[in-house]
Design a binder for this molecule. Structure first.
Ligand SMILES: [Zn+2]
Length: 319
């Protein structure tokens, strides 16, 4: 029987239920905790977060994958409290959102060192807790191409994924050829990789989406809700209709089983105000109604929110 690491205990794949594969309890760039202009009292942050997770439960949500990497506000003891209070399974990650936001301490480390760090966080625990990472996060630095540091992190993540059986989630789908080359050279099948954020505003490339899916990789429509239609949208936003149309074209190409949907929303953002009105619940309250209207069936929605996340997150036999 398959298992998935959560912040409390590893659980059976069957218990994952409705899962959002790319969310955040609270994400910020390293140093954000020192920027007091956005600082929130811990009990205020706790209350808004609990409310959003309870709403997620009411929508039938059972598993929340927190893609907050090392140095971005990941707090395992806090995640454990939130999970116990709400009954939501929380899956944490090891790794970095991208090389250019990795803390200086880690930048000069070797591939072997980073591999050992990721393996330890998946197999032993994170920061002295028993919470084991359920996935490995990597990403592309600003500029559109993997930097040397990004490549080192991708290689370490690939080796750790092979050694532990944990999957990889990427921040951005840009420069996929370089990423695919690294994964292939480390013998990591692409069906262990979710290439995330294919739906961000300035970075749409539908040919690239098809190349990734044809090679077995997952393609993330996982910044859903960062809509240009909203008040004060971020620069990576997109008109809501454009995103839905892009998603529907991906399904029409026969890639339902390679599609991932998530909101990449903060329960309570760190170091920036977050986007008002945007949470994981946007998926249920805005996106699902949109795609139902566009013709997506309940069975297809179950594939997107239950079966695909379960297949992807289930730990493989270590090699
Ligand atoms: Zn994210």
């Amino acid at each position: 029987m398959g298992k998935v690491n959560t912040v409390l205990v590893p659980i059976a794949t069957e218990d994952l239920g409705i899962t959002s594969l790319h969310e955040h309890i609270g994400f910020g760039l390293p140093g954000c905790d020192l920027d007091t202009q956005w600082w929130k009292k811990p009990d205020e942050a706790f209350e808004v977060t609990i409310a959003k997770l309870r709403r997620f439960r009411e929508h039938g949500g059972k598993t929340f994958v927190d893609c907050t990497g090392i140095g971005n506000g990941r707090d395992l003891e806090y995640f454990q409290v939130l999970s116990r209070r709400t009954g939501v399974h929380i899956v944490a990650v090891t790794g970095f959102v991208a090389g250019d936001s990795a803390l200086a301490y880690f930048r000069e480390k070797s591939v072997d060192y980073l591999t050992d760090l990721f393996v330890q966080e998946v197999t032993v625990g994170i920061a002295g807790t028993s919470a084991k990472a359920g996935a490995i996060k990597v990403g592309v630095s600003r500029g559109g191409k993997l930097s040397e540091l990004d490549k080192k992190i991708y290689r370490a993540a690939a080796r750790a994924a092979v050694k532990t059986g944990a999957p990889i989630i990427t921040h951005l789908t840009t420069d996929p050829d370089t990423a695919i080359e690294i994964f292939e050279s480390e013998n990591l099948p692409l069906n262990r990789v979710l290439m995330g954020h294919a739906d961000v505003g300035q970075d749409v490339d539908e040919v690239r989406d098809s190349v990734i899916a044809n090679l077995g990789g997952y393609v993330g429509f996982d910044t859903i809700g960062y809509d240009l239609d909203m008040e004060n949208p971020p620069y990576w936003g997109r008109y809501r209709k454009d995103r839905v149309d892009h998603f529907m074209r991906f399904l029409e190409k026969g890639f339902l089983e390679k599609a991932v949907i998530a909101a990449d929303a903060n329960c309570c953002a760190l170091g920036w105000p977050g986007l008002k009105g945007h949470s994981v619940n946007y998926l249920f309250e805005e996106f699902l109604p949109d795609i139902r209207k566009a013709g997506v069936t309940e069975e297809q929605i179950e594939q997107l929110l239950v079966h695909t996340p379960a297949t992807f997150l289930t730990m493989q036999e270590p090699r």
